[in-house]
Design a protein around this ligand. Structure first.
Ligand code: ATP
Ligand code: MG
Length: 308
């Protein structure tokens, strides 16, 4: 039995002036028990909508979702118990301190004596010295750590993280991933969304990519990278890149990255840049990474926005 099963899930939101927005269109895939699974996609692709349906917070327009065999609508309580969800939005109760918030959350799941695990969570997430601080007194990154701890108080077999590292500093990102990876080794299934593609590449065994509510890629991470298997030419330029490059290039300030399959293509790019009158420095060639694959998949599947 899969840990999570999405069957033909569609979601249409009613929007202003009688309009409709199709956030998810016929999403179907399973996540197996014990997987570390990545759900990627640009802003507005439908990731949070899919997670909200999974968590029973939103109803699908059609389709079914089950967590370890429990239907998220007709067997809501059983399905919910299997899940720990770290939401994308920072939501918290300003009246409690960190430890109280975690005790209350434990209470929702009928766990009266949970302090040993709460202490371990506080320790693992770098919150031990904030246990008595009021939620209002925490920084944004610390609040996010509390959300992670809250999601894990009942040791859920399926852990869902909706951009858990947004706004989190480098050190905590590492601690967090060590902790989540440990839980995954111990058998917990993990579903992760993130815009940090190097995190997804390092952590996820399989990846689904959503675009405009549709699954446009679903593959083992190693397969995605192998299928791309091209090189990337990376260099700095001393001026503005002419438009014919813009469609193919990934540009960050002066740094330009272009996909190139072989030496010939690399030579051709460099010649064209030279002809455009630009000076190239710090040239480097590397293997395509997940971000390159992602941009490639997205550009191949781009289509005009469709009405529901
Ligand atoms: N409650 C809502 N009412 C109307 N439209 C909504 C609602 N929630 C989300 N949407 C729309 O549904 C689409 C998908 O949104 P969603 O939040 O699922 O995207 P996402 O993939 O999580 O994006 P991000 O990476 O920015 O978090 C967007 O076009 C969004 O504007
Ligand atoms: Mg989202």
């Amino acid at each position: 039995m899969p840990a999570i099963s999405f069957q033909s899930v569609s979601k249409t939101y009613q929007v202003a002036r009688g309009g409709a927005l199709r956030a998810l269109a016929d999403v179907t895939f399973d996540i197996e028990e014990g997987e570390f699974f990545g759900l990627l996609g640009p802003n507005g692709a439908g990731k949070t909508t899919l997670i909200s349906i999974l968590a029973g917070l939103a109803r699908p327009t059609s389709g079914r979702v089950a967590v370890r065999g429990f239907d998220v609508q007709s067997q809501y309580a059983s399905a919910r118990r299997q899940l720990g969800v770290v939401p994308q939005e920072l939501v918290f109760d300003p009246f409690f301190n960190v430890r109280e918030a975690l005790r209350i959350q434990s209470g929702y799941f009928g766990l009266a004596r949970n302090d040993a695990w709460i202490d371990e969570l506080l320790e693992s997430l770098g919150l031990a010295d904030k246990a008595d601080a009021n939620m209002r007194q925490l920084s944004g990154g610390m609040k996010r750590r509390v959300l992670v701890a809250q999601a894990l108080v009942h040791k859920p077999p399926v852990i869902v993280l909706d951009e858990p590292t947004a706004g989190v500093d480098v050190e905590l990102r590492q601690t967090l991933w060590q902790f989540i990876a440990r839980l995954n080794r111990e058998g917990h299934t993990v579903l992760l969304t993130t815009h940090y593609l190097e995190e997804a590449e390092a952590l996820c065994g399989r990846i689904a990519m959503l675009q405009s509510g549709r699954v446009v890629a679903l593959e083992r991470t190693s397969e995605l990278l192998r299928a791309a298997s091209s090189n990337v030419l990376r260099f700095k330029v001393d001026g503005e890149l002419p438009p014919q490059f813009a469609a193919r290039a990934r540009v960050t300030g002066r740094i330009v990255q272009l996909p190139a399959h072989d030496a010939l293509e690399i030579e051709r790019w460099l010649a064209e840049i030279r002809e455009a009158g630009l000076r190239v420095e710090d040239v480097e060639i590397r293997k395509a990474d997940l971000e390159d694959v992602f941009l490639d998949v997205m550009s191949q599947n781009r289509q005009p926005a469709e009405a529901a």
